[in-house]
Design a protein around this ligand. Structure first.
Ligand code: SF4
Ligand code: SF4
Length: 357
């Protein structure tokens, strides 16, 4: 069973020399020095922008954090109707599609899908749950996704990708709060997951039920919507109809491609899979160097992936042999060049400053 206390952001949330910190690193001494180098501070202050623009971006992020905190507590406090009413799975999915979800799938939950314990990340919601066991009481997850805007993500690793990432995190959270309310109005327990509150990790769940598949960069690649996804889920006790989907596999393509690995500026993505796992070996400390240097979450592994823009399952199905894949990649690289770095001037001023901010 996975444990949220082992996640990188939970470990970084441990206050140096606190009891929880001492307890954690007594059992994981190998991580202490590495983690300490990243502890404290907010990476977003490293944004390289004119000071007044930077302040606007930081204010925007702060505003989103405050909104999310209030919305989370409102959603948790919202009462469950006393008498359960019948609920149609299709009608629930329609709530999310109406709000802009690209794909929605209901999957069953098992105990092993959950984290065993809460980590520190929920402290941003003013919740100190670290070390508490998680009760795997929800029976179903409604998985769904939106896509990061193509133009903004092409500007990675600059501020556009940070703002777009925040915007989509807020979009999927708004959808989750809305759906949670509908479920509670029908008399069922429901919990909105969002960027500051997870009871279970989404990537393994989405991979297990073939909502998408894990690519070399450890993101979920969706057969139709690719690698620019913002995944989310609502957990519930409602007796919903679950769905099964065929397996979608990108492993063979990834082994020929490796563009995310080659474009990663810190060599965080390793060329080998993890033992007994579908995930790739990955050095989170190296990845976070980019956050700290640039003030954003980099995203070059998304920008460099053919599934983010041009490739999908239908095209992949036509590439029958290894030679077909190599030829497709050759054409792709002719169009984009080996490194898919921003080639257009920054658009943050028109796109964000003075409009959304
Ligand atoms: S976000 Fe950047 S540093 Fe991190 S794995 Fe992706 S490309 Fe590498
Ligand atoms: S960039 Fe290539 S190797 Fe990496 S996830 Fe995408 S398809 Fe796979």
């Amino acid at each position: 069973m996975r444990d949220e206390r082992h996640t990188f952001f939970s470990r970084l949330g441990l206050e140096k020399h606190s009891d929880a910190y001492t307890r954690y690193y007594q059992t994981h001494p190998d991580l202490q020095t590495l983690d300490d180098a990243f502890r404290g501070g907010d990476f977003k202050h490293a944004l390289k922008l004119p000071s007044e623009v930077k302040q606007s971006v930081l204010d925007y992020v702060h505003q989103e954090d405050a909104w999310l905190r209030h919305a989370h507590h409102d959603s948790v406090a919202y009462p469950v109707a006393l008498k359960p009413k019948p609920i149609r799975t299709q009608a629930l999915k329609a709530v999310l599609y109406d709000e802009g979800a690209l794909d929605v799938m209901v999957v069953p939950l098992e105990k092993n899908d959950y984290y065993s314990h809460h980590g520190t990340v929920k402290e941003s919601l003013y919740l100190d749950l670290n070390d508490l066991p998680i009760d795997p009481k929800y029976t179903h997850a409604i998985l769904y996704a939106t896509a990061l805007d193509e133009m903004a993500i092409k500007q990675a690793p600059f501020v556009e990708s940070l703002i777009e990432t925040m915007r989509q995190y807020s979009n999927v959270a708004k959808m989750a709060f809305k759906l949670t309310k509908v479920l509670k109005d029908h008399g069922y327990e429901a919990l909105a997951q969002h960027r500051e509150y997870y009871e279970l990790p989404l990537v393994p769940l989405a991979h297990k039920h073939h909502f998408g598949t894990v690519g070399m960069a450890n993101h979920i690649i969706h057969p139709k919507f690719g690698n620019r996804l913002r995944l989310n889920a609502v957990l519930t006790t409602a007796p919903l109809e679950v769905e099964t989907r065929p397996k979608f596999d990108v492993k063979r393509f990834c082994n020929h491609c490796a563009l995310c690995l080659m474009n990663c500026p810190t060599q965080a993505i390793k060329p080998h899979p993890r033992r007994n796992s579908e995930m790739q070996q990955f050095d989170e400390h190296r990845c976070f160097v980019m956050f700290q240097k640039g003030g954003t979450d980099c995203s070059l592994c998304i920008t460099s992936c053919p599934f983010s823009f041009d490739l999908n399952a239908s095209i992949l199905n036509t590439l029958e042999t290894d030679a077909d894949i190599d030829q497709w990649l050759k054409n792709y690289l002719k169009q984009w060049g080996p490194k898919r770095r921003p080639s257009e001037p920054s658009t943050y001023k028109e796109r964000f400053y003075g409009t959304q901010l």
